[in-house]
Design a protein. Structure first.
Length: 335
């Protein structure tokens, strides 16, 4: 996360003509992937509403309001424009579940990380050991796990569960970082962010959308692993730009733009500009590496990597318009 004095000065100069953060991001973010939208988006949105209601997750008016502000089916539709309706519904349900789970974990663990343990242990027991749930949130996860197992191959479902467990563990790390009296450094911030991104659990669904399961040699190839890391980081860092004001107001620590602001003691627009450049280099590396690796991939391997690219594109177009961030995008920026 190093940046030269000249880069910081230039970033500060670039903030002068900017009306709001959205304009600043749009002007500077490199986005080579064009907008696309799945035609089954409305159907998926209705399915999410019904699924959350079945498991009682939207009985709480605050949760229902949060879902209306985050539009999980819209994010799924932007990320996966060619996915069939059944698989898209699983993805939309999972996005909705993770929003609920993440917000609840943040509320519980912000001041006392230890209070998260029952919630996280229940999730691990369901995902790793197939234990029965004990809470409505756990019941929703168990049903989601069932959906994945019915649609995916055993190997894909196993990868989904493993990635999901890593995400669950990451939420405890985030809670510890938030509760610590001294803000975490840039390197730790990025490490925790990669764990709580919640993007990689969706990659097995991208694989399930392909004609064939990827071979172990292809799925575990070092270049494929690097592409996975680059795409997941870029996909989650982009919303960090749009949520920076919201997170700053809430005292959030695990955010790429805020990490730049703390590291360089600069204004938020300058920090967003620096973070955007970091994201741009990540996207360009993904593009270049994919271009070199593509001739070695099977048709299903190509589709799988295209699914990763879809998350980069989808998170950008979703973040630009989702109400979750809209109320802070035009607000005066706090230095």
């Amino acid at each position: 996360m190093s940046a030269t004095h000249e880069e910081i000065t230039l970033a500060a100069q670039e903030e002068i003509p900017v009306v709001d953060l959205r304009e600043l991001i749009d002007a500077n973010l490199y986005m080579p992937f064009p907008f696309q939208r799945n035609p089954h988006a409305s159907e998926a949105a209705a399915g999410v509403e019904e699924w959350l209601s079945v498991w009682g997750l939207t009985d709480d008016p605050a949760v229902a309001a949060m879902i209306s502000y985050t539009r999980p089916a819209e994010l799924a539709a932007y990320n996966s424009p060619t996915m069939d309706s059944g698989l898209l519904q699983i993805m939309a349900n999972q996005i909705a579940y993770q929003f609920v789970f993440d917000d609840r974990a943040e509320d519980i663990g912000r001041h006392t990380p230890g209070r998260l343990l029952p919630m996280l242990c229940e999730s691990i027991a369901i995902l790793r050991d197939g234990q029965p749930p004990t809470t409505p949130l756990g019941a929703a996860l168990a049903d989601l796990h069932r959906q994945v197992q019915e649609r995916c191959t055993p190997a894909q479902a196993a990868r989904w569960a493993w990635n999901s467990r890593e995400y669950v563990h990451g939420l405890l790390y985030e809670a510890v970082a938030q509760a610590h009296p001294v803000p975490v450094g840039s390197g730790l911030c990025r490490s925790v962010r990669s764990l709580i991104a919640g993007v990689e659990p969706f990659y097995p669904l991208c694989e399930a959308a392909q004609p064939c399961e990827l071979t172990p040699e292809e799925i575990h190839h070092p270049v494929m692993r690097r592409l996975s890391r680059l795409s997941a980081d870029a996909a989650v860092w982009i919303p960090d730009l749009f949520s920076a004001v919201k997170e700053q107001r809430a005292g959030g620590m695990i955010n790429l733009a805020l990490a730049y602001q703390r590291a360089h003691r600069c204004s938020l627009p300058a920090a967003v500009t620096l973070a955007t450049r970091h994201i741009n280099s990540t996207i360009r590396e993904f593009e270049e590496l994919y271009g070199e690796f593509r001739p070695e991939l099977s048709p299903s391997g190509v589709g799988y990597v295209e699914g990763m690219a879809g998350w980069i594109r989808g998170c950008y177009f979703w973040s630009r318009t989702v109400p979750r961030y809209a109320d802070t995008m035009a607000a005066p920026v706090v230095p």
